[in-house]
Design a protein around this ligand. Structure first.
Ligand code: MN
Ligand code: MN
Length: 465
């Protein structure tokens, strides 16, 4: 091999380099990533809604020795606790050797994803077909949700206080539901609409039945038959839809993508692709220096409002409660705390490169992506992590041989978006976004790279250990 020239050496020393992680990682690391993602795919299939994600997280946490937090109880280093907020948001903590007042290390991800919610009065019959009205949740391209199989997940909360869980359409032998689209032959007028209006919000109506209750005297016999079936199965009547949370999600299972199986396709990877790494990382932590906290939050896709979203005081009170049990001060604890706001970024897509600025975009297989700021139009609505904090995260990632990259959410002035980072920053916590690049974000079927998912886990573990 010829010796490197002076210029080459100087370039090596001074230029920042970024390489495809699949070229630089060992075979063992690539295999570990594959194995890790087998668990991730199972999680994706079990946890398609925030409620199911909390349930799955509780199951996994209890198996790893976590117990429900009890206010007033004293906990010692290595103790593992969780707080379940209304079955939709969960926080998990492993108590550290240092006092909570010295600060905690928080990894926060969200477990809600774009979907179609049923309206309070969803059920109707039109031309002898039974239908559901929906109100979409989060930012979707509405036309993507037609003509694909859908599953119904959620709960009916009844007046007697009981809750009936619903999950139909996930098993091969279960029926699915569908939103029909217009045939191209008759879509001349529809084709003139903008893409955004191609399917309108009020056209996201779900086909749920066609068999009439067999009596030719009454009307709405198909609707009646559907209610009869639902009554037999769940004991509900039409009025019970008023106190239900029923969500339609794609009836598709997570799978490998590509001849080389290097990627994963699934619904709801934004943000379970960060929630699963955060969860599995804290389950693997034994006795950290500082208390480790993972928050898996609801309502991010609609702005984090509500008592299960991170704009609420949920996280503030958790840190306060943890500090109080050691006779410490919650405000001081927050001021000393650090956070990885774990959310996806838009990966560069070969077909849509022009929305990205190449030098500041994230790429599949280039590892976990650190996003200093999100926001839109002049960095509005972002927390913009401090240079000092980003430096400490760079140091942590490099020391642990974690493949990572940086990324912005597309070109300046083209769009943008936010994460929970700004709400956590409001608590006085140092926070930066770190997550996984994803293709087709918010579509019914999103794509990520296995190596990036695994690197996200490694980053979370390193941060909290
Ligand atoms: Mn997200
Ligand atoms: Mn999102």
């Amino acid at each position: 091999m010829s010796e490197k020239s002076k210029t080459e050496l100087l370039k090596e020393q001074l230029f920042s380099t970024n390489k495809n992680g699949r070229l630089v990682c060992s075979d063992e690391t690539l295999l570990a990533a594959d194995n890790y993602c087998d668990g991730y795919k199972k999680f994706l299939d079990l946890a398609k809604t925030e409620r199911e994600a909390v349930k799955t997280a509780v199951d996994m946490a209890e198996k790893a020795g976590f117990v429900p937090f009890e206010f007033g109880k004293k906990y010692k280093a290595g103790d593992k606790i969780y707080m379940n907020n209304r079955g939709k948001t969960i926080a998990l903590a492993v108590i550290g050797k240092e006092p909570v007042e010295n600060g905690v290390n928080i990894s926060a991800a969200h477990i809600d994803s774009p979907r179609l919610d049923l309206k309070p009065n969803p059920l109707y019959e039109e031309i002898e077909l039974a239908m559901f009205k929906t109100h979409y949740y989060g930012g979707i391209k509405k036309y993507q949700w037609t003509a694909i199989p859908l599953a119904l997940h959620g709960v009916f909360a009844l007046k007697d206080g009981s809750v009936k869980e619903v999950c139909i359409g996930e098993e091969d032998n279960e029926p699915k539901f569908v939103i029909n689209d217009l045939l191209p032959h008759l879509a001349q007028e529809q084709s003139k609409r903008t893409l955004n209006e191609g399917i309108k919000g009020e056209e996201l109506n779900v086909l749920i039945g066609s068999h009439p209750f067999r009596d030719d005297k009454a009307s709405e016999l198909v609707k009646l038959n559907i209610l009869k079936l639902l009554n037999e199965k769940y004991g509900i009547t039409e009025a019970d839809f008023l106190s239900a949370e029923l969500e339609l999600v794609p009836a598709v299972k997570a799978c490998d993508i590509g001849f080389d199986r290097s990627m994963i396709g699934a619904y709801g990877q934004d943000d379970r692709v960060c929630a699963y790494p955060a969860l599995t990382a804290i389950l693997d932590i034994e006795k950290p220096e500082k208390t480790a906290v993972v928050v898996l939050a609801d309502k991010e896709e609609v702005g984090s409002q509500g008592n299960t979203g991170l704009e609420s005081d949920f996280l503030r009170f958790i840190i306060r409660d943890l500090a109080i049990m050691q006779d410490g001060d919650g405000t001081i604890a927050l001021r000393n705390s650090k956070c990885l706001s774990a959310d996806v970024n838009a990966g560069m897509d070969p077909t849509f490169q022009d929305v990205m600025e190449r030098r500041n975009a994230s790429f599949l297989n280039y590892g976990v992506v650190v996003t200093k700021y999100t926001g839109a139009r002049g960095k509005s609505s972002t927390s913009d992590a401090s240079a000092e904090y980003v430096a400490s995260i760079r140091n942590m990632l490099d020391n642990a041989d974690i493949v990572w990259q940086t990324g912005e959410l597309g070109k300046v002035d083209l769009g943008g978006g936010g994460t929970v980072a700004m709400f956590i920053a409001n608590l006085g916590v140092d926070v930066v976004d770190l997550g996984v690049p994803v293709l087709s974000m918010h579509a019914p079927f999103e794509t990520t790279a296995k190596l990036d998912v695994y690197m996200c886990y490694k980053a979370m573990y390193e941060f909290m250990k």
